[in-house]
Design a protein around this ligand. Structure first.
Ligand SMILES: NC(=O)c1ccc[n+]([C@@H]2O[C@H](COP(=O)([O-])OP(=O)(O)OC[C@H]3O[C@@H](n4cnc5c(N)ncnc54)[C@H](O)[C@@H]3O)[C@@H](O)[C@H]2O)c1
Length: 364
């Protein structure tokens, strides 16, 4: 029996590092899965170790994540810590023979993300990244519309996430470039980039032309209650609060991406709009209206507007279930984090373009 086949038949022992909002979603996902034993959690907050340890009856509670990796005898680990810690923690876990899922973004830059993929290849273990928003019910439904072929060839898309007032952890690791790697585009733009490329069937991004701005954060404006990490005295706002990008896709298509943590608008707005040769489609959420999917096409030569029903929202539980499915598959080598690395390369190229004030090519 292969190692993967053995994995498919036994219960898995899981651990989670980081107990902020993101880590709490992973803890809840494992705790609700009857095929998994959540046996270890790690965080710097003693009260959260106690609270979540008690709530989910987790015996292993570790202020020191390295101790957790060496003592807890786990098979899979979720890493939901500040972004600059994903690479060192994931590489150590992979080297210890664990399968790993990190929160998005994969790492603070593509160089660190590349080292993670190398470690997964060397260890022969699964490396996954939690892109939970592609597990939304409306995104899943729109993917089915695209896959049905009704939109024809997709050659243009627009996507964005613009918040009214939503800078996470203003003055914490979130707004330092070394620890976060970037601002709004790295944090929330990456969800929309992932979603749009996933819906478009993964065209390679060949070039990026981007600009970044910081008009809110440096003035202490636009902060939100997101993030539990402590605000550090005198931490400057070093990242962007708005980024725009024009991306060229293989085959000649293009994608527009806008990301903002704070903006003078009525309410938060998230959207993906797809333009195809035979039809168009959009999903939008964040405002007072219910999220809705709209498809424009022709039925028997008659212009038609359709509103497919959204499936169930999967979010983090589905992202974690997806990871566990990869762990239980026979093909660990195919799940080495390469797709998330490609997302990191696009984000890197956007920041390089914004710095240079010129288009930057990706992948040679
Ligand atoms: N997928 C999503 O929708 C989503 C949402 C929010 C955050 N995130 C991502 O999740 C990650 C964490 O974000 P957050 O908002 O939960 O952050 P946070 O600052 O609120 O929490 C960070 C957690 O990491 C722990 N931590 C830090 N250093 C540690 C160490 N050395 N050992 C053990 N634990 C340590 C902290 O104790 C804390 O529990 C980030 O990469 C962020 O981008 C994803």
């Amino acid at each position: 029996m292969t190692a993967a086949a053995q994995e498919s038949t036994r219960r898995l022992r899981a651990g989670v590092i980081g107990l902020g909002w993101a880590g709490q979603q992973h803890v809840a996902a494992y705790a609700a899965d009857p095929t998994v034993d959540l046996v270890a959690i790690s965080a710097m907050e003693e009260h959260l170790l106690a609270e979540f340890g008690d709530r989910y009856q987790v015996e292993g509670r570790y202020p020191d994540w390295k101790q957790m990796l060496s003592e807890a005898e786990i098979d899979v680990v979720s890493i939901a810590t500040p972004t600059f810690l994903h690479a060192p923690m994931a590489i150590a876990a992979l080297e210890a023979g664990l399968h790993v899922i990190t929160e998005k973004p994969m790492a603070e830059n593509a160089e660190a993300a590349g080292r993670m993929v190398e470690a997964a290849n060397t260890a022969g273990r699964v490396l996954d990244v939690s892109f939970n928003h592609r597990q939304r019910g409306d995104v899943r439904a729109l993917k089915e519309v695209v896959d049905s072929g009704v939109l024809g060839k997709l050659y243009y898309a627009k996507t964005g996430w613009i918040r009214r007032q939503g800078i996470p952890g203003l003055g914490t690791w979130f707004t330092k470039s070394a620890s976060a790697g970037g601002g709004a585009m790295m944090d929330i733009g990456i969800h929309m980039l992932d979603m749009a490329l996933h819906l478009m069937d993964e065209p390679a991004v060949t070039a990026a032309s981007a600009s970044t701005h910081a008009e809110f954060g440096p003035l202490g404006r636009g902060g939100s209650g997101f993030g539990i990490s402590a605000v550090e005295e005198g931490v400057p706002f070093e990242v962007e609060d708005l980024a725009t990008a024009f991306l060229r896709l293989e085959g000649g298509g293009t994608l527009l991406l806008e990301s903002s943590w704070a903006q003078w608008i009525a309410h938060d707005l998230c959207y993906v709009t797809l333009y195809g040769a035979d039809g168009g489609a959009t999903i939008e959420w964040g405002g007072p209206e219910e999220p809705r999917i709209t498809v424009w096409t022709e039925v028997a030569g008659i212009p038609a507007e359709l509103h497919p029903a959204a499936g169930e929202d999967g979010r983090h539980a589905a992202a974690v279930a997806n990871f566990l499915q990869k762990v239980r598959s026979d093909d660990w080598a195919a799940h080495n984090g390469a797709l998330a690395l490609r997302r990191a390369e696009v984000i890197d190229a956007c920041y390089a373009s914004a710095k240079a004030g010129a288009e930057v090519t990706i992948g040679g």
